[in-house]
Ligand binder design. Structure first.
Ligand SMILES: [Zn+2]
Length: 62
C-alpha cells in the first residue's frame, strides 16, 4: 500500500529570504519553483513531495 493520496495537510508558510530579508507567504507543498519577489532568489523548490524551503520559516499559517 502506498499512501500517495493520504498526504498530510498542506500548509502555507511565511518564509524569510536569506538573501534580501524579504518575507513572503508560500505554499509549502508547491509543485512549482517559487522565487523571491524582491531579489528573485529561489525560495521553494518542488521535490515531488514536500517542497524544499530555502529560506527560514518565520511563521506557519493554517
Ligand atoms: Zn530575496
Amino acid at each position: 500500500m502506498d499512501n500517495l493520496f493520504l498526504k498530510p495537510k498542506s500548509k502555507f508558510v511565511k518564509v524569510k529570504c536569506e538573501n534580501c530579508g524579504n518575507q513572503q507567504i508560500v505554499f509549502q507543498s508547491s509543485a512549482t519553483v517559487v522565487k523571491c519577489l524582491k531579489c528573485n532568489a529561489v525560495l521553494v523548490e518542488p521535490t515531488g513531495g514536500k517542497a524544499k524551503i530555502n529560506g527560514s520559516i518565520v511563521k506557519v499559517l493554517d
